[in-house]
Structures are given as C-alpha cells and as structure tokens.
Design a protein around this ligand. Structure first.
Ligand code: SF4
Ligand code: SF4
Ligand code: SF4
Ligand SMILES: [Zn+2]
Length: 578
C-alpha cells in the first residue's frame, strides 16, 4: 500500500512548524511541506537525538550525525507505518530521513530521504554518480569508499542529488527512491520549542479557550462529580490543566496496572500533590504476573491484561467512589488511533455505565499538546520517561510496544526488564529464541511479514481438555480445583448435581452431560479452577448475589441468584480461556 501524505506548514523565516496559516512571530505564511499521514509530530528530546546521531555516526562516519542534523536545530518525529518503531524525521522544514528499528538487521537504522541524502552528499562527500535511473534499478559500483554498514547512499547527476540507493553488497546497489534533483539548500537558523510556541501563540490560545468552553458546557449539562482520569502521560496532564483552568476541582483517578514505569508512579503523585487534588488509585497489584500463569503471555490479539489490570480495577474504583456516576475527563486524541477517532469527544465507557467520559483535547495534535505544556510552563510536571526517549507512557510490557521500546526499557530499567525476561525464559528457554529476540510473544497469530524474518512459529496454550465417551464427559484442567469453590460456582447452574461427587481427581471432573448446556458447565469449571479474584462478576451481577470474603474466596447467595449467567459472560477467564 503506498504511504499517503498530507501537508504541514513551516515558517522558513523562523524555522518552525506552523499549526495555522500564519506565523505569529514574523507574520509570514510559510510554505507547505508534504509529510506522511497522520502528521502527528512530536519534538525529539535530547536522549533520542543522541541515539539518532549515534546511528548516523555508526552508519557513515564519526561526526556524521551532526553534519546531517544540525546542532540547535529542532528535530521532529512523525510516526510512520512499519513492522517496528519508525519515524519520519523532519528538521529545518525538510524531510531528512526515516529513523527506525531495522528488524532484519536487529539494530537502529537511518534511511536518508530527500534532504538527508543531499546533506550526506554535500557534507560527507558520499554518493554514487548515475546519469539517470528509476526505482528498482540495480547496478554495480566501483567506488571504494563505501562500506556495507552505510546501508544507504545518495544518487546524483549533474543536476544534483536525485535519489537514494540501498547497498546490497560490496559492489551492488539498488535504487529505492527518486525525486526532483536537489542542488542547494537554503540556510536556516537555529530555533527552539519556545520559538515554536511564539510562532503559534494565537493558535494555542484559541485551542485552549475552545477546550475550556467545552469543559464548561459539558460540566454544566452533566451534573455529576468531576474526575480526571490521569495516566501519567502528557495528554492527561494537558487535560487536567484545562479542567483546572475551567475552574473545576476534579478528583484524579489513576489505575496502577502493576506494570507502570517508576517515572509514571512518581509523576502521578507529584502532579496530584502539586495541584492539591484528591488522588484515587485502583491497584492491580500482582495481577499481571499472576495472570501470566493462567492466561499465558498477553498479545496484540489476546489482551487479557486490559481486562484484568485495567478495565476491571478501574470499574471497581468508579463503582466505589462514584456510585451514581461521574463526569470523567480523559486525555484522548482522535489522531492516536482510528478507534479513538470514532469515539468522538463525549462517550460512554462500557465498563463504567453510569459515567460520562469526555475529552477536551480530542482534536489536538501532539505538537499542540507539547507546546501547550510549554505555554503553561508545565514541563517540570511532564513524566520524565518522555525525555529518556519513550514515545508513549503506559504499561511497559504492553504487547503493542515495539522491539525499540523494549530496548529502551532494558537500557533504562534493566531490573524491571530482567523480571520479565526471566518469565519469558521459563517459556522460551533461550535469549535467541525468536519469541524473545523478536518478541513474537506479542502475537498469537504471528503476521506473515514477521514470519519472513523469523521463520514459521506457533504458540498454543489450552487451559483444559475434554474427553467424551458414550456415557460421560471428562473435563481436565491444568490446575488443582478446590471442591468448595467448585460448589460455589455450580450454584449458578440450574438443575445440576453437586459437584463434590463429580470431582474425581484434583484436576479432573467427570460428568454426564446428556441434555445439559456443556458450554455453561465448562465455563463454571474454568472459573472455579482459574479465578483471578478480579471481581468483575461482582461488579456486573444484577442481583448483588456475589461477594468475596477477606481471603478472596467467592460466595454466591443462592437466595438472590437469578441464574442469569451474566457473571459468566463478564468473567475474563471465560472470555479468554474457553
Ligand atoms: S499491557 Fe497493553 S494490553 Fe495489557 S493492560 Fe496494558 S495496555 Fe492493555
Ligand atoms: S470468577 Fe469472578 S472474580 Fe473470578 S476471574 Fe471470573 S470474574 Fe473475576
Ligand atoms: S450474575 Fe446472575 S447467575 Fe451470576 S450470581 Fe448474579 S444472579 Fe446469579
Ligand atoms: Zn515566522
């Protein structure tokens, strides 16, 4: 699929991106620059800049990085589609190249684009002369100052640099991109994020007043206690500041999934304290780690943890703190994902049915968020992890992360990484296993593109087996079942014998399932065997028939139970293991 582009405005006088048609500093209207969609630019901070420069130095020569991305000239990253982490790198109003984690090479890589190629040619004196050529052409080269580690070279002719070639081996290259020849580059001046803010001041003020007006409007319409769902990320910080600007005094809720970066925990406490707000924390404690034993590793197509460590603890907290519902402001932006774009600015969260969620920054882009935080002088309240190179803040072991993200984590928090790696090693034995090296655990069904690198791989986990004979059905689970717990769960089934006579071995149940609803019965057995004490069933039971004692043991009140089986439908064990 060809990558689709969109335009971005840039002021050539002030050397900053423009968020509207006009620069507030020089009053110019700038020029339009084609960038990849969705054009959600963010500034590159110091640690990441270092990594990009080091990558260029390794690829070309010592000092190459600073000859391609100039000191004190801002760098912006625009996420692009690739099998791992990849960004379009923009500086001086020009597309310099693509910075990405090269899965084939298992290393960071920089692929120069139009102006990166020109700068390599002009400042490093590297390039291949070609009268004319087109994408896909392969040819032999004689130059001796090239090495394989350069990976990409500019192609030039008498009109200038007009393409990029990938080095295939010592003597062969292939053209991967062509463009109109570039023979010179206008000089640009250094600029800072403060310059970006000044050039976009009016725009930022307008965005702020529109967001504050939105908060006023919705809070006057929905008369419920106000809360801000705070994740420790920049978007929720921006949202919190806007809610405070609107004159509201919200409570702040935070779901500690148990796999949060230490910087996030520190940030949540710091921000709540700074604004003197009540902090409501729902804690998933060790649920993620315990869940690994039952559900196996989470993956992009098997997100059991979202239920266990996020949604259910959050639902429990809201049920307790806001029994009649709340108006919850969330820092959600449409540009983040298609599903977020679909939600709109106001929505109902399925898991918190009495509450209304609203995002005052739904139509903001990432750059607006960053410069708004600068405008508010709130950089000291930003989660430090962003400045270490993390692109997103959230569960650090999320299967949505890229290999690049895990490498950041390994580098910055080796102890945290080790704990997870030990669990991976228990399953996959060697660091060289593709499940660890390429983090294939992130998929149940590994995408073909990845398989082309790692070879065919598969992962199966079955939480139970069923053996059928004429008279009986045997259900065998991988865990010892506690008889009393089994009896509790069987209370929700109609017309069934007591399970104590059916439990033949610690993990084997033999039943006569003739004319019985097999699926409901297996669901109940799985719940009894693998219950995670998440209490989703307690939240959803319409008859309040479920309770848990101090030890976390479930009790079902038969006098209240209507046998509706809602508790089974809402149980993550059934959802993910049946
Ligand atoms: S790790 Fe990812 S999938 Fe799991 S709870 Fe966190 S965000 Fe959801
Ligand atoms: S039985 Fe209830 S507490 Fe146990 S995992 Fe299922 S929903 Fe959670
Ligand atoms: S959800 Fe329905 S079946 Fe489950 S305990 Fe409550 S009333 Fe009984
Ligand atoms: Zn300007």
């Amino acid at each position: 699929m060809p990558a689709s582009n969109t335009s971005l405005r840039w002021c050539n006088v002030c050397n900053v991106p423009l968020l509207s048609e006009k620069c507030d500093t020089c009053k110019g209207s700038g020029f339009s620059l084609k960038v990849r969609k969705p054009a959600d630019l963010r500034p590159v901070f110091e640690e990441e800049r270092k990594l990009i420069l080091e990558t260029l130095d390794k690829q070309y020569e010592k000092g190459a990085g600073r000859k391609i991305l100039y000191d004190n000239h801002l760098i912006f990253a625009n996420k692009i589609f690739y099998i791992d982490q990849a960004y379009e790198i923009i500086s001086d109003g020009k597309i310099i190249g693509h910075f990405f984690f090269d899965v084939y090479d298992y290393n960071w890589s920089f692929k120069p684009m139009e102006h990166g190629s020109f700068r390599i040619f002009k400042n490093l004196n590297l390039g291949v002369f070609m009268e004319n050529s087109k994408v896909g052409d392969e040819f032999k080269i004689n130059e001796s100052n090239f090495s394989l580690k350069m990976k990409y070279l500019p192609i030039y002719n008498k009109y200038g640099v007009f393409g990029v070639a990938q080095i295939l081996n010592e003597r062969r290259v292939k053209i991967i991109k062509t463009f109109l020849p570039i023979s010179r580059e206008e000089e640009t001046k250094p600029s800072s994020l403060k310059d970006v803010l000044d050039a976009n001041l009016e725009y930022v003020r307008k965005k702020e007043s529109k967001a504050v007006a939105f908060i006023h409007k919705i809070s006057s319409r929905i008369k419920k206690p106000v809360c801000v769902s705070y994740s420790g990320g920049k978007d929720s910080l921006t949202t919190l500041i806007l809610v405070l600007k609107a004159g509201l005094k919200p409570k702040v809720s935070f779901t500690n999934t148990g796999i949060e970066l230490p910087e996030t925990i520190e940030n949540v406490n710091k921000v709540a304290k700074k604004f003197g707000l009540e902090l409501l924390i729902s804690n998933a404690n060790e649920s993620f780690w315990k869940g690994l034993d039952v559900f196996g590793l989470p993956s992009r197509d098997y997100r059991w943890c979202c239920k266990i460590v996020k949604l259910i603890p959050t639902a429990r907290l809201y049920k307790k703190e806001f029994p009649e519902g709340s108006l919850t402001f969330v820092g959600q932006r449409a540009l983040e994902s298609r599903s977020r774009a679909r939600t709109g600015s106001v929505w109902k969260n399925y898991w918190i049915p009495k509450s209304i969620s609203a995002s005052p920054i739904n139509d903001w882009d990432m750059l607006t968020v960053w410069i708004y935080l600068l405008y508010e002088d709130a950089f000291n309240l930003v989660n430090k992890a962003y400045f270490y190179g993390f692109d997103r803040i959230g569960c650090y072991l999320c299967p949505s992360c890229s290999i690049g993200d895990y490498l950041y984590l390994k580098n910055i928090h080796p102890n945290i990484w080790r704990k997870f790696e030990e669990r991976l090693m228990e399953k996959f034995l060697s660091e060289e296993s593709p499940f660890i090296k390429y983090h294939l655990w992130r998929w149940k069904k590994v995408p073909n593109k990845i398989k082309s690198i790692t070879g065919d791989v598969s992962r199966n986990y079955k939480a139970y087996t069923v053996k059928r004979s004429e008279e009986t059905t045997e259900i065998i689970v991988n865990k010892k079942i506690d008889k009393e717990t089994l009896e509790e769960f069987f209370k929700i089934l109609e017309d069934f014998e007591k399970p104590d006579i059916l439990l033949k071995h610690e993990n084997k149940i033999i039943l006569n399932l003739k004319n019985k609803d097999e699926k409901s019965i297996i669901s109940v057995i799985l719940r009894a065997a693998y219950c995670q004490e998440c209490r989703s069933c307690e939240i959803w039971c319409p008859s309040e028939a479920i309770s848990f004692n101090q030890e976390g043991r479930i009790h079902i009140d038969e006098t209240k139970c209507k046998k509706c089986k809602v508790c089974t439908e809402k149980c993550p064990i059934v959802e993910f293991l049946l």
